[in-house]
Design a protein around this ligand. Structure first.
Ligand code: SF4
Length: 372
């Protein structure tokens, strides 16, 4: 039985385990100002371990969504699943340092045959896990296994309130089935008293804008912790077909700053390749592979390896004309770290677009630019 920090009986953790987790917490807190110092002083070589890890369990997906390079078959990298032994080594090395890991980048994580083992392994190591899923494969059995494995947070994507909106965006998905899967997941969470943080997610795009307000009302259910109105990500404006779905103009700051991703987030694809961020979905700028020729995994060696140093330097000098996809990207402006706070991959001023639920109903803030 896994000691489950998110399951029904966190009080069952041993004192030793509690002490270990407290130590991890303080270590991670102490790292925040050090990491910020490295970022703000332009350190390229001796950068502390990242704050968050993004692991691509697979880059295979069962849908053909219109805003997604995977769904549009634009990803030229080979398809596959992360090897479980490689995964374990990554977690072993990084769990003491990073605050959380996602188990998805490109692809549907529930397709990975060992996704439950992955969550459970992280839980065992005291590492928070998150998955974002299209929920089409989230059967009752899979839902129970995720909850039991100790999943910390789940993003359940259902773009649209009307079936036709949803099915035109999430091509090959069935609205009724996804809806039922999500509702059952929420029920199971509530019935079992699990603490998995449930985010219901809708992407803010032309097609969904006029449904968002109502979407928030309908999905404000017991057991839902947050409704995530996800800002539109153009994936570095590499694909016109995707950029055209953008709901509003992007206003960039006058002066470009070095992208915080390169100091704060490590992205590891299913085959061990390191990417600057998920927007480099075809690895235009490779940053090494965590699996060394001797078969051993070394994340930190690559995190501060020569290619990463070079990319950081190019960012600091704003010498990005031939660095794809950073040269066309607008998402670098989403956030800037502060000494004691770093955030995940979402715009700083979009924080208020998350609708946090409250026992008296949803607290809706910052939705004023949503057309209703
Ligand atoms: S500039 Fe854009 S593409 Fe480059 S690392 Fe930052 S977010 Fe990713």
């Amino acid at each position: 039985m896994v000691m489950n920090p998110n399951g029904r009986s966190p009080s069952h953790l041993s004192n030793l385990e509690k002490a270990r987790r407290k130590l991890r917490y303080y270590r991670q807190q102490a790292l925040q100002p050090i990491r910020w110092l490295a970022y703000t002083t332009g350190q390229t070589r001796f950068v502390p371990p990242p704050d968050r890890m993004y692991i691509e369990s697979t880059n295979i997906c069962n849908l053909n969504c219109i805003m997604c390079p995977t769904g549009l078959k634009l990803i030229k990298r080979p398809q596959g699943f992360m090897d479980f032994e490689v995964f374990k080594q990554i977690v072993d090395e990084m769990a003491p340092w990073v605050r959380a890991t996602t188990l998805h980048i490109w692809g549907e994580p529930l397709l990975h045959p060992r996704i439950f083992d992955m969550v459970e392994y992280c839980t065992r190591k005291g590492l928070r896990t998150e998955i974002s899923t299209n929920a089409t494969l989230l059967t009752e059995e899979r839902a129970k296994r995720l909850l039991e494995a100790g999943l910390s947070a789940i993003y359940l994507s259902i773009d649209g309130l009307r079936p036709e909106t949803y099915e035109n965006i999430r091509v090959r998905a069935d609205y009724e089935r996804t809806n039922a899967n999500i509702r059952r997941f929420i029920e199971l969470k509530v019935e079992g008293g699990y603490q998995t943080y449930v985010n219901i997610q809708i992407i803010k795009m032309k097609q969904t804008l006029d449904e968002i307000q109502e979407f928030v009302r309908v999905w404000s259910l017991p057991g839902v912790d947050r409704i995530n109105v996800k800002p539109f990500d153009s994936w570095a404006d590499q694909v016109d077909q995707i950029s055209e779905l953008r709901p509003n103009e992007v206003k960039l700051p006058e002066k470009r700053w070095a992208c915080p991703n390169l100091w704060y987030h490590v992205h590891i694809y299913w085959d061990g390749s390191i990417a600057m961020c998920d927007r480099d979905f075809n690895l235009n700028f490779p940053l090494g592979n965590v699996v060394d020729p001797d078969g051993k995994v070394r994340v930190m060696k690559n995190w501060n390896g020569p290619q990463m140093q070079e990319l950081r330097r190019r960012h600091l000098e704003n010498d990005l004309d031939d660095v794809s996809p950073c040269n066309k990207c607008t998402e670098w402006a989403w956030w800037k770290p502060s000494p004691f706070f770093a955030q995940g991959n979402r715009p700083a001023d979009e924080g208020s677009k998350m609708v946090r639920l409250h026992e008296d109903g949803p607290i809706i803030i910052g939705l004023d630019d949503v057309e209703t």
